[in-house]
Design a protein. Structure first.
Length: 126
């Protein structure tokens, strides 16, 4: 059993995030997550929502294409804020994060959910 030492926090932690692929197989990405306390995570999420510009002007016609583009961009922003690295062939950067969110949205959601669970619940499930 690991000895608990308060105040000696890690800077990052690794976790393999698994997610279903469209063909029914399972994909996996080893993620190096940035460590945040619960309070820091709360401030991070507040910042994400403050910067979101979520509502479109009332006179603007709804566009699914604009909504999906915005979702990809915000999810990429989120990934760049929680990841220090991953084991993909592509280096983690703005373009590769956005490409992952666009091509494999289930992977992006799984990464976001695993990070939230790790920070808020203090656990990494299988």
């Amino acid at each position: 059993m690991a000895k608990i030492i308060l105040g000696k926090r890690p800077t990052s932690f690794k976790h393999v995030v698994k997610f279903p692929l469209l063909d029914g197989t399972e994909g996996a990405i080893e993620c190096v997550f940035k460590y945040r306390t619960r309070k820091e995570f709360g401030a991070f999420i507040d910042g994400m929502f403050t910067d979101s510009g979520a509502a479109a002007p009332a006179d603007e016609k709804f566009s699914m294409a604009k909504l999906m583009d915005s979702t990809v961009e915000k999810n990429a922003d989120y990934l760049l804020e929680v990841l220090e690295g991953w084991n993909l062939d592509e280096k983690l950067n703005r373009d590769s994060a956005a490409q992952l969110c666009d091509e494999l949205p289930g992977a992006a959601v799984a990464i976001m959910n695993e990070y939230r669970a790790a920070v808020l619940d203090g656990r990494l499930g299988n």
